[in-house]
Design a protein around this ligand. Structure first.
Ligand code: ADP
Ligand code: ADP
Ligand code: ZN
Ligand code: ZN
Length: 847
């Protein structure tokens, strides 16, 4: 075994023994890893690290747990399949802290995922300052999500939707006949209302604003619904005479004010486009009763340290901790007095605040002090969310558990990574094991034990190159990890490019950025650095992206981490920043944002469909002799439309199985067994493979298979270049990590990159990449710049930063302590900058 080569065998309390692991690409692996230790799984992307750590070790721990609690789940595992492994011994129960794949859907906040909100409510309930005579409120009464706590006016939403004259009548110079009341239905419905007004004697042929105010108000806002005779086709004069005569009407019409129509349609329509149309006539405003604070007035009347609970939840966690600290230690003014008069209240206050401070300190140590309790989780990055979950584990005081983590350094500045390592050390010291999939060499260096998987990706990987204490990896030939971990030769010096011009951005006010100006070199690769929460994304992914998108008249593609998150939550829509562009903006012809948002939310979209390469594949199938004889067109080979697909699962290959009390699980379709197509379609073969088999190929395999089909080959070649050779063509979008999604978008863009001058905005493109893959990525980005384009990336990986032409360091700290441009210049210049937290790491990487 590997550890026999060590002079002194390390002392561990015990081992987890794995025999015969064959999940995905793993090649019948046997190994042992220590318990109560930090074990880091390394290897190039696609080598099989996750298949071992998550797919085998965690999956097995979870299977054992579920089997012990639910016979139903046990049955299901026979369908889904347990991990492919002969035996695992000595495995403790496991908790996985995985990066969120796909879009988060839960409506949660920092306070709720960390459970801190519960404690804060307890604090307000037991130790808040109540107005004289007011009864004590139970903790639930401070939650806008309970009937006890919710503001009765807005039902806890904080916002109300209302209609105004201006919102329903956008152009008051029009007459009613000219559809001044734009909010009324189009076509017949609107004409009907107009005819009703004619019967009611209202002048529909004068400009709206000349009508008396009370008439206008009645038309727009009345709750009355008079039923009146309608004479379609008659002029107003003829109608008046007909009404007076009591002539037989065409029909009886029911009046409905514009407001009634809007509110009714909004509440009851099932058509999304109808809903959107009427929403256009509504304005949303902070609820006048709770002023957007979502709670009932008597809950808001209770204060602590002068804040109501809503304002308290909007303070940065760092400030909350500072505010509570004196209470926690019993040193605040008035503690002695309260202890005398109301000892139980004084004690409750000290206990709850002490608990809160202890928990907040864990979050501050993980560099998350800039967040607020009320910040909604869909607006957080996956790395921030993972660290929040980690913090929750840290104070849950479990022991004897293995924590399985997926690249916890993602999104972390090297300075923040130190804090993360301290937190992991804390979990270990409490008697837990840590299995971490990680690329960051600073984390790898701290491991007690390294499992290096490789040597390559997919079928070229899946072997254990090394399993043992870090030092021993030095002697392992063929390990890409060893190459970088023990690299002594400095990176070759490079000369930053001379910019072809400058793009300027002025007056950026967004989150923690105040009236900031920045400039970005054109025809160059720029890295924007800074600690987590310093304002990098606010500057690049929001302000710059939106301002440029508006400039180009493109729909902005990079609003937030989860598309539509803010609207779904009914939150205050972000005011578009009023930043101004300057400098050589005219030189740019296009903006492309390559971010980590999922490429699709359903298993129906996958890499092959997203990149467009599947279109070519389907045409190749349609051109085969059998397809032509049977009259199958390219559409026959799509799993998204009727015809060629398996109708039982409608081309998904999976069916959802609902589990009582447990998350529902997908199981392979019993008809097509996951192939997604019906039998007749699968009879058509292209060079011996059917379409399902082609979707099952990895990019690498397909690259060989399609060598002579230029259109398909070109796509595959770029996918390989960005390090995705190990992915299967049909891998569902929902199984892809954010980093993989970003690289697929990048590959798609690389194929398109043509003439003109495109500005590419990237969001931590090295996420999920081994240093060897980072090198390849850097070459691709260089190629874009060589072709005359501009690349701006938010990035933490010093390997990429060192190789860039220009660095913009944002900071110096997070939240209120950040938001400034600390340093700008070539990497070597910024490495010397004083007061920059990036400089020391950059200097080290340049050595
Ligand atoms: P790493 O974590 O080292 O990047 P993975 O364990 O994710 O690598 O992948 C190893 C191999 O297993 C790759 O070839 C990948 O395409 C394949 N693979 C990953 N997930 C699945 C899956 N759900 N089904 C089939 N193959 C998979
Ligand atoms: P970085 O990209 O450097 O990690 P961000 O730009 O995400 O930093 O954050 C800068 C500051 O703005 C932080 O204090 C953060 O909490 C705040 N912030 C970022 N996004 C939002 C949001 N959607 N709502 C409220 N505050 C936000
Ligand atoms: Zn309200
Ligand atoms: Zn099926």
């Amino acid at each position: 075994p590997y550890w026999d080569t060590m002079s002194t065998p390390p002392a561990f309390s015990g081992y987890v023994q794995v025999r015969g692991a064959r999940e995905h690409n793993l090649k019948d692996l046997s190994l042992r890893v220590p318990r109560d230790a930090l074990v880091v799984f390394t290897g190039v992307s696609g080598s099989g690290k996750s298949s071992l750590a998550f797919g085998t070790l965690y999956a097995e721990a979870q299977r054992r747990y579920l089997e012990s609690v639910s016979p139903y789940a046990r049955r299901l595992f026979h369908q889904v399949g347990a991990p492919d492994v002969d035996a695992i011994e000595g495995l403790p129960p496991a908790v996985a802290l995985q990066q969120q794949r796909g879009a988060p859907t839960a409506r949660s906040s920092v306070g709720s995922v960390t459970t801190l909100s519960n404690l804060v409510r307890m604090l307000y309930s037991r130790a808040g300052v109540y107005p004289p005579g007011q009864d004590i409120i139970y903790a639930e009464g401070f939650s806008p999500n309970t009937p006890e706590g919710a503001c009765p006016s807005c039902h806890g939403l904080g916002r109300v939707y209302e209609v105004t004259e201006a919102s329903m009548v956008p152009d008051p110079s029009l007459t009613i006949r000219e559809r001044a009341v734009a909010a009324w239905p189009q076509a017949w419905g609107g004409q009907n209302q107009r005819d009703i007004l004619v019967s009611l004697g209202i002048n529909v042929d004068v400009p709206w604003h000349t009508l008396p105010q009370d008439t206008r108000d009645w038309i727009l806002f009345s709750d009355e619904q008079p039923v009146v005779p309608v004479y379609p086709g008659l002029t107003p004069d003829e109608t008046r005479r007909a009404v007076n005569r009591g002539a037989e009407p065409g029909y009886m019409g029911t009046f409905s004010s514009a407001r009634r129509h809007i509110l009714h349609t909004f509440a009851s329509t099932e058509s999304a486009s109808m809903k959107r149309r009427v929403q256009g006539y509504m304005v949303s405003a902070a609820c006048p009763v709770c002023r957007g604070k979502r709670l009932r007035p008597d809950a808001l009347a209770v204060t602590f340290a002068g804040y109501d609970i809503a304002d308290f939840s909007r303070l940065p966690l760092k400030q909350v901790a500072a505010l509570l600290r004196p209470y926690a230690s019993g040193h605040e003014d008035g503690h002695a007095g309260l202890l005398e008069q109301r000892p139980e209240q004084a004690l409750a206050r000290q206990r709850v605040t002490a608990d809160l401070v202890a928990r907040l300190d864990v979050l501050l140590n993980l560099g998350l002090g800039y967040l607020q309790l009320e910040r909604s989780t869909p607006t957080l990055s996956p790395g921030e969310l993972q660290r929040l979950r980690l913090a929750t584990q840290l104070y849950s005081n479990l022991f004897g558990v293995v924590y399985v983590l997926d690249e916890p350094s993602a999104g972390l500045h090297p300075a923040d990574t130190e804090a993360l390592l301290a937190a992991l050390a804390g979990l270990k010291a409490a008697g837990n094991s840590l299995f971490v999939v990680e690329h960051d060499l600073d984390v790898v260096r701290r491991a007690d034990w390294i499992v290096d998987v490789g040597p390559g990706a997919g079928e070229h990987g899946g072997e254990i190159l090394y399993s043992g204490p870090p030092e021993g990896l030095r002697r392992v030939d063929g390990s890409r990890t060893a190459e970088y971990l023990f690299r002594t030769a400095p990176q070759p010096a490079r000369h930053p490019r001379i910019p072809a011009g400058w793009l300027e951005l002025h007056g950026v006010t967004r989150h923690n950025l105040q009236d900031l100006s920045a400039r970005f070199p054109l025809g160059a690769l720029t890295c924007v650095t800074g600690v987590s929460g310093s304002g990098k994304s606010s500057l690049v992914s929001l302000a710059l992206a939106e301002t440029l998108a508006a400039h180009f008249g493109q729909e902005n593609t990079g609003q937030d981490r989860a598309p539509g998150a803010e609207e779904e939550l009914g939150e205050t829509p972000v005011a578009p920043s009023a930043a101004r562009l300057g400098g050589d903006v005219a030189a740019l012809t296009r903006l492309v944002q390559v971010n980590q948002k999922p490429i699709g939310r359903t298993p129906r979209s996958n890499m092959a469909t997203y990149t467009g390469l599947f279109d070519h594949v389907r045409k190749l199938f349609a051109a085969t002799p059998l397809a032509r004889v049977r009259g199958y067109g390219a559409g026959r080979f799509s799993f998204n439309v009727k015809g060629g697909r398996c109708e039982h699962c409608q081309g998904e290959g999976w069916v959802m199985v609902e589990l009582l009390f447990l998350p529902s699980v997908y199981a392979p379709c019993p008809v097509c067994h996951g192939a997604r197509y019906n039998a007749a379609t699968l009879e058509v073969q292209l060079r011996g493979r059917n379409v399902a088999e082609v979707l099952g190929m990895t990019v690498d395999a397909a690259w060989t298979f399609f060598k002579d089909d230029p259109a398909v080959f070109r796509s595959l070649d770029t996918l390989r270049e960005v390090g995705l050779g190990y992915l299967r063509l049909g891998q569902p979008a929902t199984e892809l990590s954010g980093g993989e999604a970003q690289r697929i978008k990048l590959a798609t863009e690389l194929q398109r990159a043509g003439r003109g001058h495109t500005l590419y905005l990237l969001d931590e493109p090295t996420t999920g990449l081994h240093p060897a893959d980072v090198e390849r990525l850097a070459r691709q980005l260089d190629r874009l710049v060589e072709a005359g384009h501009t690349v701006i990336a938010v990035e933490h990986d010093m390997q990429l930063v060192v190789g860039s032409d220009w660095v913009i360091d944002v900071g110096p700290g997070a939240g209120d302590e950040g938001g400034q441009l600390v340093a700008q210049g070539a990497p070597a210049q910024v490495a010397q900058a004083r007061g920059s937290r990036t400089a020391p790491y950059l200097a080290r990487a340049l050595d």
